[in-house]
Structure formats: structure tokens, C-alpha cells
Design a protein around this ligand. Structure first.
Ligand code: PMT
Length: 402
């Protein structure tokens, strides 16, 4: 969080009493914090307290020449790397959803290009109201992130959902959102998903890769500040924030795209399940079953696809190249042989015979292998966490090569 810039927009709700604790958590972690208060917010939390904690002027009015003269509202909106709205009252969420700019808080929220995290807090009936839920849905569709609310005893005396998340949970979420910037300045190419090799105009040979592992790596690298190019086979996944995606279908197209990005890349992670073979003579028309009698065989000649990983590993220079291995048995010895054959810097081996890991699952259990014989077996973890562990290794390899 060191030096990261957080703009806190404080809404007028009783939960604002938790805000100084949140600000303290951020400043302790080294973040720079600026506060904007709605008119109602200053009834619940003292601007002087926030000013003392942030050591920066607290802004409340759009039209105060003194405040605007110190830092303009657009300047505040541009300054932020992350905007957090806490507590986000029903009124503030409604005004955000409408795109209103009728006070400093909503004007800044409309002007900023930084990611926005809202932390709702209100009475349970206000939270459950269709209007509030519709406003939230609108905001979510626009990419606004939501933290909480928690359930429990509410300040108004009711029980239910509507409590603002604890400052500790908000601080943890913001630290995750801000990332580490530790990969800033590095361009990284990630391949993901399975390739699809056409047989004819409607049929193809493919595999079970969902792309989840590769997309998690791309998202984590972007979060760490890398410039990420994701070369993706067909998947149903959304492009992670801040990532440039190049869509491909076949292994040959994937090779062309990887080679096009190769020169500018510092790191290449080949997590795609590239088809080893493709039909030798794909027909551009549909092969008619009427041409064959029942039980008659259809001969399909397959030819080998180029090995992209081996090719780029051989000419990598200072680049760090990571390969994957999908193994169904004798995982470790097979992965060791694959690492030697492919010549990459790090190999991530999956046991695809497991039903809870490998293809399509949200979790993975991998072994990390390096050419010096080092092996590290990771337990079953969410693919997001596996991505993080792989990138920790990549960062070390990059550091050792500087
Ligand atoms: O996408 P998910 O559903 O999340 O599943 C993740 C995964 C299981 C697909 C992933 O974790 C994984 O293991 N990816 C590699 C799958 C694979 O093709 O393994 P392989 O052992 O056949 O290939 C070894 C390496 O060579 C891989 O890095 C592969 O990208 C690369 N390769 C393979 C063939 C080829 N012609 N060119 C290549 O570059």
C-alpha cells in the first residue's frame, strides 16, 4: 500500500463512526488518503479527526472557493488510484446510479476514472428495497465493486443485512484491489484456454481447458502492474481488467500471435492447452454423413502442430518462460522429462486425473519444477492463489536475471 492513493468518499450514515479506524488502517500501511464528505457525513464523523489522520485537507463543498482553490474537484478525482465510498448510503447509491453531480461527492464520483468500491451501510429494509437493489445492479454493470454489507444488529435496532463491513475487511479488500505494482514495467504474454482444430466447416478437435488458470494468471499479473497480453483460445470468460486480449482458435494461430508479441515480452506464460495434432486436411464444407453407410469408418489423418513452448524457450535470451504440463499419471517424472524437453525456466505440472483440480475446476493442485531440480508441491488452492504463487516465482526469476 506504500504511496498508493486512496480517495475516501464518506456518506451520511451512522456507520461513518467506523471511518477513522479505516483511514488509520490505510495510513498505517503507507497509503496516502484524501477524504471527501457529503454534507450529512459531517454530522456523523468529525472532519477535523479525518484531517488529522490523513494530514490533508478534508473537502466537503463544491462551491467553497477556499477548498476549490487548494485542490480542485477534478484534481481530486484524477489523483485517486482507487475511490472507496464508505458508508455508501441508499441515497448516495441512488445518486451514483442516476449519474447525478449535485454535490462534491457525486461530482468526484462521476469525474474519476479510478476503480470505485462501494461499502453499503443502511437499514435492512432500505437495503432489501427493490430500488436500492436495482441501483446496485446498475452500478455493478458499470464496473463498480461492492464490499458487504454484513448481517447482524443494526444501529437502528433492526436485525439483518445492512451493517457496514469491518474496517479490517475493507482495508484487506482495498489492498487486494490496489495490488503490489511489483511487476510494473514488465510486458507479459499469457496463453490460455484450449485451441480448436477444425475437421470441417462445423466440427473440430479440442480439449477441456476452460481458460480459468490462464485468465487468473493474466488478472494477477495486471493487478501487480504488468502490461499483459492474453492470447486466448475460445472460452466463455470475461477479459480481466487492464488486460489486452487476442482471440485465436487454432494452434497455428496461437503460434503466430505468440511470435508477434515475443520481441516486446519480458515474461511468457504458456498455460494454454495447445492441441498437439490437427486434422491434416480440414474441409471448408460440412462432411455429409449420408456419404457413409452405418458403421462405416471415417479416416481422419492428423499431423503434429508446432511446439510453441519449445520454440520460444530456445530463443528466449533474458526472457522468463513458464510452461505447464498436464499429466494423467507418474506426474513428477513425466513433468521432469517435459521440463528438460521444452527448456523453459519454470514448469507448472497438473495432475489432470484429479476431479478437483486441473481442467475446468476453480481450484488447482500443482507442482512447480525448475531446471536445477528444485520442486515445490502446492496444496489444492483457488486458481487465483495458484496464479499468485506462480507469479511470485516469476518475479524471483526476473530479479535473478537483471
Ligand atoms: O483452462 P483450465 O480449465 O483452467 O485448465 C488449466 C489447464 C489444466 C489447461 C492448465 O493448468 C494446463 O495444464 N495447461 C497446459 C495443458 C497442456 O497442453 O499441457 P501439455 O503437457 O500438453 O503441454 C505442455 C506445455 O507445452 C504447455 O505449456 C503447452 O501450452 C505447451 N504446448 C503444448 C503443445 C504445443 N503444440 N505447443 C505448446 O506450446
Amino acid at each position: 500500500m506504500n504511496g498508493r492513493k486512496i480517495l475516501l468518499v464518506v456518506g451520511g450514515g451512522i456507520a461513518a463512526y467506523k471511518v477513522p479506524e479505516l483511514v488509520r488502517a490505510w495510513t498505517k500501511a503507507g497509503a496516502e488518503v484524501r477524504c471527501v464528505l457529503t454534507e450529512a457525513a459531517s454530522s456523523f464523523v468529525s472532519p477535523l479527526v479525518l484531517q488529522s489522520l490523513t494530514q490533508a485537507p478534508v473537502r466537503q463543498s463544491l462551491f467553497d472557493p477556499g477548498e476549490e482553490g487548494q485542490i480542485g474537484h477534478i484534481e481530486v478525482a484524477d489523483w485517486a488510484e482507487l475511490v472507496v465510498v464508505a458508508p455508501a448510503t441508499a441515497d448516495l447509491l441512488a445518486r451514483m446510479a442516476q449519474g447525478m453531480a449535485n454535490d462534491l461527492a457525486t461530482t468526484v464520483l462521476l469525474a474519476t476514472r479510478a476503480p470505485v468500491l462501494v461499502v453499503p451501510a443502511m437499514n435492512v429494509n432500505m437495503w432489501d428495497h427493490a430500488a436500492t437493489q436495482a441501483n446496485l445492479e446498475t452500478l455493478r454493470e458499470r464496473g463498480v465493486l461492492v464490499e458487504g454489507p454484513d448481517s447482524g444488529e443494526l444501529a437502528c435496532g433492526w436485525e439483518g443485512q445492512g451493517r457496514m463491513s469491518d474496517p479490517e475487511a475493507i482495508a484487506a479488500r482495498t489492498s487486494l484491489l490496489l495490488g503490489t505494482r511489483s511487476m510494473h514495467g514488465n510486458r507479459m504474454v499469457v496463453t490460455a484456454g484450449g485451441t480448436r482444430e477444425p475437421i470441417d466447416a462445423v466440427r473440430s478437435v479440442t480439449n477441456r481447458s476452460s481458460g480459468k488458470m490462464g485468465y487468473a494468471i493474466a488478472a494477477e499479473a495486471a493487478r501487480r502492474g504488468a502490461e499483459v497480453v492474453l492470447i486466448s483460445g475460445p472460452t466463455g470468460l470475461a477479459t480481466p481488467a487492464g488486460v489486452r486480449r487476442v482471440d485465436v482458435e487454432t494452434a497455428l494461430e496461437m503460434r503466430t500471435s505468440v511470435l508477434a508479441e515475443f520481441d516486446a515480452a519480458r515474461i511468457i506464460v504458456m498455460s494454454a492447452a495447445v492441441a498437439d495434432f490437427r486434422p491434416a486436411n480440414a474441409s471448408d464444407r460440412k462432411i455429409k454423413k449420408e456419404d457413409l453407410a452405418d458403421g462405416e469408418g471415417l479416416q481422419l489423418e492428423m499431423v503434429r502442430n508446432p511446439d510453441i513452448l519449445a520454440e520460444i524457450s530456445a530463443r528466449r535470451d533474458q526472457r522468463v518462460v513458464v510452461g505447464f504440463a498436464a499429466e494423467s499419471h507418474d506426474v513428477l517424472p513425466a513433468a521432469r522429462r517435459k521440463l528438460a524437453r521444452k527448456g523453459c525456466d519454470l514448469l507448472v505440472a497438473n495432475d489432470i486425473s484429479r476431479s478437483d483440480a486441473g481442467f475446468e475446476t476453480d481450484e488447482n493442485a500443482v507442482i512447480l519444477l525448475t531446471p536445477d531440480g528444485d520442486t515445490e508441491e502446492l496444496p489444492l488452492l483457488p486458481k487465483t492463489e495458484v496464479a499468485s504463487r506462480i507469479l511470485d516465482r516469476v518475479e524471483k526469476l526476473c530479479g535473478a536475471r537483471e
